[in-house]
Design a protein around this ligand. Structure first.
Ligand code: NAP
Length: 282
C-alpha cells in the first residue's frame, strides 16, 4: 500500500509508445486547437506537445484569438476532418463562453476525436463498443491495473458526474465488473458511502475536501482534482498533510501532482497512436 506515483510508469510507457510509433508507416499527427490565452490551458497544451515530441508524434497548435467567431472554429475543425494527414484533433477546453462547446466538440469526426468526447464515442462506450475513450478515465483504469489493484467485484464510489470524468469512468469501471456508485453535490450521506467503498475516485475540485478520517483502512483513493491552495501550490481534494496518515492506514493514494494528471496526457498520446494503427490496418 503506497502512494500511486505515476512518474515511473510514464517513463516506461513513453519508451513503449515510441517503439509503437517507429513501427508505423506514417508518423501520427495530433492537432490541438487552442482558443484564447487561459494560463492553465497554455500549460496543459505545452505538456501535451512535449510528450508528443518524446514519442515521435507530429503535433501542431492552431492558436485562435479569444474573440474568434464560431464559424471560424467550425471551419477549422471541418478542414481538419477532411485532411487525410491528420490523425487526431483536440479542442482544448474550456473555450470562451460565446462559443458553443457542445456543438464544436461534436463536429470533430468520431475517428479523429482523441478526447473521446463526441456523442458517437460516448455512445459507443456506453454500449461497450470499440471507440475513443476520454483520456482521464482511461488513465485511471490503466494506473489501477499497472499497480495491480483489483477492480472486479470492488465497490467503487466516483464523486463526480461530469461528462469528462464521472460518466465515462463509471462505464469503464462497469466494463471491468466493478459495482459503481456515482455521487455529486446533491448526494445524501456521502461520508457513509466513502467509508463503505473499496475504491474512491474524487473529482470535486475543492482542496481539503477529504481527510484521512473519512476513509476506511485499505481504501484506494484516486484524486483527480487539480486545485491550487492559498500558497498557489497544486493540490487535489485530499488534504496533503493527511497523506502520511492514509499510508499508515494501509490506503493507496494518487498524489497531486504526479498522479492522474500525468496519466491523462499519456493516454492521449496512446489513443492518438491507436487511431493511426487502426488507419494502417484498414
Ligand atoms: P465539474 O464538472 O465541476 O465536476 C465537479 C463534480 O463535483 C460535480 O459532479 C459536482 O456535483 C461534484 N461536487 C461538487 N461539490 C460537491 C460536494 N460537496 N459533494 C459531492 N460532490 C460535489 O468539474 P470537472 O470538469 O469534472 O473536474 C473536476 C476536477 O477534476 C477539477 O479539479 C479538474 O481540474 C480536475 N480534472 C483533472 C483532470 C486530470 O487530468 N487530472 C482531468 C479533468 C478534470 P454536481 O454535478 O451536482 O454539480
Amino acid at each position: 500500500m503506497a502512494l500511486l506515483d505515476a512518474r515511473q510508469l510514464v517513463i516506461k510507457k513513453i519508451e513503449i509508445l515510441r517503439n509503437r510509433v517507429n513501427k508505423l508507416n506514417k508518423k501520427p499527427s495530433l492537432i490541438i486547437i487552442r482558443i484564447g490565452n487561459d494560463f492553465a490551458s497554455g500549460k496543459y497544451v505545452a505538456n501535451k506537445i512535449k510528450r508528443c515530441e518524446e514519442v515521435g508524434i507530429e503535433s501542431k497548435i492552431i492558436h485562435l484569438e479569444e474573440d474568434v467567431k464560431q464559424e471560424i472554429v467550425e471551419e477549422t475543425i471541418l478542414k481538419l476532418n477532411e485532411d487525410k494527414d491528420v490523425t487526431g484533433i483536440l479542442l482544448q477546453l474550456p473555450i470562451p463562453k460565446h462559443l458553443d462547446e457542445d456543438y464544436l466538440t461534436n463536429i470533430i469526426e468520431n475517428d479523429k476525436d482523441v478526447d473521446g468526447f463526441t456523442i458517437g464515442n460516448m455512445g459507443k462506450l456506453c454500449l461497450g463498443l470499440d471507440g475513443n475513450v476520454a483520456c482521464t478515465p482511461r488513465g485511471i483504469i490503466t494506473l489501477l491495473k499497472e499497480f495491480k489493484i483489483d477492480i472486479e467485484g470492488q465497490d467503487v464510489l466516483i464523486i463526480n458526474r461530469s461528462n469528462i470524468v464521472g460518466k465515462p469512468l463509471s462505464q469503464l469501471f462497469l466494463n471491468e465488473n466493478a459495482t459503481v456508485t456515482i455521487a455529486h453535490s446533491k448526494t445524501k450521506n456521502l461520508k457513509e458511502k466513502i467509508k463503505l467503498s473499496d475504491i474512491v475516485v474524487t473529482a470535486v475540485g475543492k482542496s481539503n475536501f477529504l481527510r484521512s478520517e473519512d476513509f476506511s483502512p485499505s481504501t484506494t483513493i484516486i484524486d483527480v482534482s487539480i486545485n491550487f491552495n492559498e500558497e498557489g501550490k497544486m493540490c487535489g481534494d485530499v488534504c496533503k498533510s493527511d497523506y502520511e496518515g492514509l499510508i499508515n492506514k494501509n490506503c493507496n493514494l494518487t498524489p497531486v501532482p504526479n498522479g492522474v494528471g500525468q496519466m491523462t496526457v499519456i493516454e492521449l498520446i496512446e489513443q492518438t497512436i491507436e487511431i493511426e494503427e487502426k488507419r494502417e490496418r484498414i
